[in-house]
Design a protein around this ligand. Structure first.
Ligand code: GTQ
Ligand code: FE2
Length: 379
């Protein structure tokens, strides 16, 4: 018995190597050789200053014709995600600029999009034949699969933030893209019809039918959201983690406005400081109004109006408004909640606030490999 055991131990390395070679040759892998499920997500916290991006957008407006760009948008790319242009693992955050008189042509894609209007007025997004006029702070939906184009009838360039679930849809290999055969899809419904039909939130027209998975409302006006937040602020502090916070919901179901993205607006009263918590799902924040500070993973990020920042999944974060502030946010929590993957927990230590490890320093931006294919159809 003893002799056999010794022989096995001596032969083992060889036998193992031969075994792995055979498995690999047949395109298999041994589970016990993989890294396991605790891979650190590459999304890192980051803050993009509008002050830096605005001049770039206006330069693009000068030199890039719409015929070339189709959409004149700049990606805000997460420094932790190498070789790609997304803001988080699952989401894009792009700033788009359109000049008066321009029309960005109709197309459709499986990915869903939202717009949060940053500056200017007079532009519209047309979705499946209905124009919706957009003003600063408005939250505008472009559900996946709908034909959409943008046009500008105002007098100064207009900028908005595009939030898209493109990386998620690509990961699931569910992408599709089609350009409309003509530049512009015909208009088939009165302007802002969805706002008139569903904008009240609680009074539903009895004769309309809407069976799609997304909200029938294309534009959630900032004026209405802000009035609601101000009124709620008179009741108290709201959520300990998000302040006076409301979710943009499908008025027919109470579910998320877009099936894949949870979208919220949160008001922080002057000086209000939220407690730290963490949850699964990465979240993109955009500052509609005000200024303040967020502590993300122990680092301080000072934001002001029109800035955008990302909180990665399962990362402690807390916010403080230096002045009355309104934060818009969108995340992939809608997907996680639908499949039992959403988890959250408060920071238990001390008073529920994080230990701050130092002033915010910009993260080093790793070099990116040039894209291997045209980005134009990456939706
Ligand atoms: O406005 O249709 O930033 O399709 C990226 C992809 C905007 C849009 C983006 C898009 C759009
Ligand atoms: Fe699009």
């Amino acid at each position: 018995m003893k002799a056999t055991a010794t022989k096995t131990a001596q032969e083992a390395p060889d036998a193992m190597e031969r075994f792995y070679e055979d498995v690999k040759r047949l395109h298999g892998r041994a589970l016990w050789q993989t890294e396991g499920p605790s891979k650190v997500p590459p999304t890192v916290p980051y803050l993009w200053k509008y002050r830096d991006f605005r001049p770039l957008l206006f330069r693009a407006a000068d030199i890039v014709p719409m015929e070339l760009a189709e959409r004149r948008a700049l990606f805000m790319a997460n420094p932790g995600i190498l070789h790609d242009w997304q803001a988080s693992n699952s989401l894009l955050a792009n700033l788009q600029i359109i000049k008066p008189g321009e029309v960005a042509p109709s197309h459709r894609h499986a990915a869903a999009a939202l717009r949060l209007i940053v500056e200017g007025s007079g532009a519209y997004t047309a979705v499946d034949g209905e124009k919706s006029y957009m003003e600063p702070g408005d939250f505008v939906t472009t559900p996946g699969g709908t034909w959409h184009d943008h046009g500008h009838e105002g007098s100064a360039p207009m900028v908005w933030l595009d939030g898209l679930d493109v990386p998620l849809v690509q990961f699931l290999e569910a992408s599709s893209y089609q350009a409309y055969p003509d530049w512009k899809h015909p208009l088939t419904r009165p302007d802002d019809a969805s706002l008139r039909l569903y904008g009240s939130g609680s009074l539903k027209p009895t004769w309309v039918r809407h069976d799609a998975k997304h909200s029938p409302l294309l534009n959630y006006k900032f004026s209405q959201a802000y009035a609601t937040l101000k009124s709620l602020a008179e009741l108290g502090e709201g959520s300990p983690y998000d302040g006076i916070s409301v979710e943009y919901v499908n008025p027919l179901t109470g579910g998320p406005a877009l099936p894949t993205m949870t979208c919220c607006a949160s008001l922080l009263r002057p000086g209000q400081r939220t407690k730290a918590h963490r949850h699964t799902g990465s979240t993109i924040y955009h500052v509609i109004k005000g200024k303040g500070t967020s502590v993300i993973a122990g680092k301080t990020y000072d934001w002001e109006e029109k800035d955008t920042f990302v909180v990665p999944s399962w990362t402690y974060h807390e916010h403080q408004g230096a002045a009355e502030s309104v934060l818009f946010s969108y995340s992939d929590a809608a997907v996680l909640k639908a499949f039992g993957l959403f988890r959250e927990e408060p920071l238990a230590e001390n008073d529920g606030h994080q230990q701050v490890t130092g002033k915010f320093e910009p993260l080093p931006v790793p070099e990116r490999a040039p894209p291997t294919q045209s980005r134009k159809r990456r939706v």
